[in-house]
Design a protein. Structure first.
Length: 358
């Protein structure tokens, strides 16, 4: 426990998340914290989980994935399928995409999705299988660096093209929407929004603590060693294939969990969640916050998306230029992102933090 909270920035972030849960529970839905604000906080928490998933593989193993939107989308699509199937069984209202296709019955592979535990296991299982197959082929062939980033982006692009087809049974280019119930509670109701936001933050806390325990363990030290000099690590007799594959699959599953939490709160999912732009943005969040520090990933995701939420309403045409400027600024001036900008001198170095030393 002492090692877990030895990093002051990590301890402060956990305390802030816990405080956010209390504030939302007490004041959510009031004039102090409107339903819109509660919903925005819940979405930001889901994005923070997604950023942590990429930081785990990029910051600590040095493997840049530009296709993490695929795992996010798998979780999101399965969550949407569960919500539509559950809503149909309760209300009898046929989903819009079925009306558009003229279908009277759900496709066979929708069977059992009204049961949440099954839907959850399906989302995580499919994600783990896809990540394992892609990761094993890539790591076994020693594909890395920019080549791995390009291949991962190609994978998510192919998935986007597939999901744009209307005959796949996943909503086609219009996606899936019209969710009416979440665990029997009306979607959009203040209490439902509060519950989803609280759950998202609690999951974020659990993910952060779990990842912190991992990166401060012996496995974490091996991850950093593989990132800094994989050839030397292999020459010392340590295999890196299964280490990279295990962390890659774990990272993918965490990204899927973020998607599961995100879709009920935003109320829609369509193939654009698979666009290469989103996967690029995830990398920008981590870079802006400072990769190799779990707190940095969360800070970057919150800062960039809060700015995006505001600019999307105030000046949507300016956002792409702001995002591009952030990338250039981080690469040229602040290689450790906002952590450099803030000048946090008490921030532990990556390797020293592995043992909890200052």
């Amino acid at each position: 426990m002492k090692t877990l909270f030895a990093d002051k920035s990590f301890a402060a972030l956990i305390a802030l998340c816990a405080a956010a849960v209390i504030v939302i529970a007490l004041f959510g839905g009031t004039s102090l914290l409107t339903p819109y604000m509660v919903n925005a906080i819940g979405q930001l928490a889901a994005f923070a989980i997604l950023a942590v998933s990429l930081d785990l593989i990029w910051g600590y193993l040095g493997i840049l994935s530009l296709g993490h939107g695929l795992f996010f989308a798998i979780g999101g699509y399965v969550a949407a399928m569960h919500l539509l199937k559950h809503s149909y069984e309760v209300t009898g209202i046929v989903p819009d995409f079925m009306q558009f296709m003229g279908w009277k019955e759900f496709p066979l592979y929708w069977a059992g999705l009204s049961n949440f535990p099954y839907a959850l296991l399906l989302a995580l299982g499919v994600t783990a299988i896809v990540a394992f197959v892609f990761g094993y082929v890539s790591f076994r062939s020693k594909v890395g660096g920019v080549y791995f980033a390009i291949i991962s982006q190609a994978l998510v692009y192919v998935a986007m093209l597939l999901m744009f087809r209307n005959d796949t049974g996943f909503g086609g280019n219009n996606g899936m929407t019209g969710f009416s119930l979440v665990f029997g509670w009306p979607v959009g109701q203040a209490g439902t929004l509060i519950g989803m936001a609280v759950v998202s933050i609690v999951v974020l806390i659990a993910v952060l603590i779990g990842c912190r325990l991992l990166v401060t363990s012996r496995t974490g030290r091996m991850m950093v060693a593989a990132r800094d000099d994989e050839v030397r690590l292999r020459s010392l007799g340590y295999g890196t294939l299964w280490l990279k594959l295990a962390i890659w699959c774990l990272s993918a599953v965490i990204a899927a969990i973020a998607g599961i939490l995100y879709v009920p709160q935003v109320g829609i999912i369509n193939p654009r969640v698979l666009s290469p732009e989103l996967s690029l943005e995830i990398a920008v969040w981590v870079a802006v916050g400072g990769r190799g520090y779990l707190t940095g990933a969360v800070i970057g995701a919150l800062a960039v998306n809060a700015l995006k939420f505001w600019l999307s309403a105030a000046a949507p045409e300016v956002w792409p230029f702001i995002l591009s400027g952030l990338v250039v600024l981080i690469v040229l001036v602040f290689p450790n992102g906002l952590l450099d900008l803030a000048g946090l001198k008490w921030k532990p170095r990556l390797l020293s933090s592995m043992g909890g030393a200052k």
